[in-house]
Design a protein. Structure first.
Length: 356
């Protein structure tokens, strides 16, 4: 019994050490190494996914593999730019039409405010005229502060935004060049990675790729559900351009810290100040439904498919945002998947092989 107790103590001590080292290594990788390695991992993932098509075209045409890879990448890039152009065109037209209607939305806001203040005076005995003057004064002060303080800061960030765009184009250029170089030696690299000592890396890599596919699929499903819900609801309340606004709301819901609130809450405020109170209530309720849909579907669509409890996915998103910033929305769950798969491989090798 005593020897069994010593064995169990050593066993759990070893597991605790492995858990700590795995979490630490994953955090350091995501925090400090991933910005440098990500372009090359992306290139390897692209070559890995395209290799069957590259081999097929190469055998049928005898074109160089690098030429075939470059041709496929160019087609993908042109298709992506085409989709982006269509989306930008729709946004510019729909957004311009919405922007042109904003003066009409606010043309009667003082009338709605006056009516609201009169009702408050009748119900609670407030001085309606003073209250209305105070609200107008505060709105004027806010507008002046926005123009003098906030706008210069926003405009001053333009250099930062330009640097971000340049970094994005540089990232894509590195990925493109890395694909061209990697495709020549991919067969040899893949053959070496089939060695037994790389079995753990191969298995974890496949699990992570499966998670990325599941994550993108889940985001697309949620985007479509929220977009259709918003488009239909806004159409039912008689909003002009409801389809455009609904799908734009669904797209914004994918962005962390922005979500549907940046679209629906201002719209609800516009309806409120123009006296259409029931439409304002519909917008607020719709916002709550969108938040509820994402909170319910995202952990289930992702967690059930990758073998992790939905609460774990939700926690990883929350922790990832605090540790890695906005990128933590992806890095957090990805780190959790990597940690879980490494520990499965270390602790339950036989079961892991059966599951893989």
């Amino acid at each position: 019994m005593e020897s069994m107790g010593i064995f169990m103590q050593q066993f759990f001590h070893q597991k605790t050490t492995q858990l700590f080292l795995t979490i630490l290594a994953t955090y350091l990788f995501m925090k400090y190494l991933s910005p440098f390695i990500t372009p090359f991992l992306a290139a390897f993932l692209i070559v890995w996914s395209m290799n069957p098509y590259i081999e097929r075209v190469h055998q049928n045409t005898r074109f160089k593999k690098s030429f075939v890879a470059g041709l496929l990448l160019t087609i993908w890039i042109i298709f992506f730019i085409w989709i982006l152009w269509i989306f930008s065109y729709v946004v510019m037209n729909g957004g311009g039409d919405l922007w042109s209607r904003i003066p009409a939305y606010f043309s009667n806001w003082e009338t709605a405010l006056s009516c609201c203040c009169d009702n408050l005076e009748r119900l609670f005995g407030f001085n309606g005229h003073k209250l209305q003057g105070f609200v107008i004064q505060q709105i004027t002060v806010f507008t002046d502060n926005f123009q003098t303080n906030i706008m210069p800061v926003v405009m001053g960030k333009s250099v930062t935004y330009m640097k971000g765009m340049i970094s994005c184009f540089a990232f894509l250029a590195v990925v493109f060049i890395a694909v061209m170089l990697l495709v020549k030696d991919y067969g040899e690299i893949a053959q070496k990675l089939e060695a037994p000592e790389f079995r753990g890396i191969r298995d974890v890599f496949r699990k992570v790729v499966a998670y990325l596919k599941t994550f993108l699929r889940a985001q697309l499903i949620i985007l479509l559900i929220i977009s259709v819900l918003c488009a239909v609801t806004l159409s039912l309340i008689g909003m002009s351009g409801a389809v455009f606004y609904g799908f734009l709301t669904g797209f914004m819901d994918m962005l962390p810290f922005i979500g549907t609130g940046i679209m629906l809450l201002p719209l609800g405020a516009i309806y409120f100040f123009t006296g259409e109170y029931w439409k304002a209530i519909v917008c607020v309720v719709l916002y709550g439904l969108c938040v509820l849909i994402r909170e319910m579907l995202e952990p289930r669509l992702i967690g059930d498919k990758v073998g992790i409890w939905p609460i774990g996915i939700l926690f990883s998103v929350f922790a990832g945002v605090h540790l890695f910033g906005v990128a933590g929305v992806i890095k957090g769950p990805l780190s959790l998947v990597i940690i879980c798969e490494i520990l499965k491989f270390l602790w339950y090798t036989e079961d892991y092989e059966k599951d893989g």
